[in-house]
Design a protein around this ligand. Structure first.
Ligand SMILES: [Zn+2]
Length: 149
């Protein structure tokens, strides 16, 4: 299968059948991420158990790339340690910016590696990294991600 076709199918699949979409009650960290240049607007929810992310979900709306990217991201970070999730976010953002191209690093991103082509679509970079950037921000600065109760 050609990469472009694979990419389109994965993006479509996550848009039609998102796996992790939905508000989470009793989340430990909640942070909204907005990409005004496209209108993508997501809220990410994380539940922590010690150093690990035990549950994660997102809610919101936006273009196909932003939604597929955050759905894939959530799929990957559940069960990961916080520092592993941050490392994945750095790898993903590096890949999208075209700074990380070695296969081994990109393979660690699993399905999200399908978004590598976004590196050639500068207008969509912010869409693709929105969820990952939001996740990194809330783990590195949890004081910004205190849920409103
Ligand atoms: Zn977008």
């Amino acid at each position: 299968m050609e990469l472009k076709q694979l990419y389109r199918e994965i993006v479509n699949e996550h848009n039609l059948h998102p796996v992790h979409k939905g508000k989470m009650e009793n989340a430990d960290l909640v942070l909204r991420g907005v990409n005004p240049s496209c209108g993508d607007d997501i809220t990410l929810y994380l539940k922590l158990e010690g150093e690990a992310i035990s549950e994660a979900s997102y809610d919101g709306s936006g273009c196909a790339i932003s939604q597929a990217s955050v759905d894939m991201m959530v799929d990957q970070i559940i069960g990961k340690k916080k520092d592993e999730a941050i490392k994945l976010a750095e790898t993903f953002m590096g890949m999208i910016k075209g700074e990380i191209t070695d296969e081994e690093s990109i393979e660690a991103l699993d399905e999200a590696a399908a978004l590598q082509d976004v590196a050639h679509m500068p207008a969509r970079v912010k869409c693709a990294v929105l969820g990952w950037h939001t996740m990194q921000e809330m783990l590195e600065h949890p004081e910004k991600a205190v849920p409103e109760n």
